[in-house]
Design a protein around this ligand. Sequence first.
Ligand code: TRP
Length: 369
Amino acid sequence: MDTTLQTADSEALTPDSADPLKTSAAHARSAVLEELIRQAPGQFRVLTGDRPTGRLHLGHYFGTLHNRIRLQNLGVETFVIIADYQVLTDRDIADNLTEYVEELVLDYLAIGVDPARSTIFTHSAVPALNQLLLPFLSLVSVSELNRNPTVKDEIAHSRQSAVSGLMFTYPVHQAADILFCKANLVPVGQDQLPHLEITRTVARRFNDRYGDGGAVFPRPDALLSSAPLLLGMDGTKMSKSRGNAITLAADADETARLIKGAKTDSERFITYDPATRPEVSSLLLMAALCQDRAPEQIAAEIGSAGAAALKRTVTEAVNECLAPIRARRTEYARDRTYLRGVLREGNERANAVADATLAEVRAAMNSHY
Ligand code: TRP
């Protein structure tokens, strides 16, 4: 894969002086990237992934999953990492790991990740990837790690009494996740932008220090999806751990029950106004995303029929949108042997790529004995 073109482009469009953490800059860059992807999908390689901590939900689906499938179907080579080591950043033990990993593979297959075109793999099964962490750690300063706002936020919400070294350094680990396969495009949510910045820094410094005038690693770009954040049924951020999410795997009845219990407000007339009516607006948005329509239009159709009618509309929209995904999920769930085969093959492919990159890194660092 030729990454020179993208590397040159990203240097030109996002110089170090610009603040890439600024969401507006990242959105502008994403629009430029969308055009480049349409013109030449073969110039890109995507890496993206999730922690295996539970089932994926609608927030994930409209936030990033949808985008991954779109890229895969546009012809962009895709790597999907199941970040099992990363589960240990904010807890002592990774519970139900085997089960959660299989659930994740099921979710991926159900939404349309195609193992013939995309590589699904588990982080801990790729030793050469993990070995990149050592040289990469030498390229970032402790104060740079200290400044990472996403890590600060995770520390604030951590279930551990003390901050582990892994919590502190996992963005560098994530840089290895991205760079081992020389991905140049990472479709993520906004909270991941600081990690992408560390990845870009690591790539640039590695190339400067060891590249001998060339580039061993591309400087990957974040691709932000335009979908706004969905709230959970209790009005706070939709999250696996808060029990407020509509999972892809939930059945139609459970979905109806969850939406029926959703928080709304005391105003009967339904309007779309995210600033003053966050809960009602998030429900409208959910229906709108499912139906690919404008939330204002759905609000206008419901009007004075009130919250009960809104919830009926949302339930129908969600269940209809997820029906084919759920049907496929049920099919795949019957064949655990196939599931494990997908993972085994994905791990094999990821290992081959990681071994080649590690060999290159060793040669660049003069540690090829
Ligand atoms: N940090 C991501 C999450 O919490 C998971 C992840 C691990 C990831 N490595 C990655 C995402 C590399 C994108 C790229 O969900």
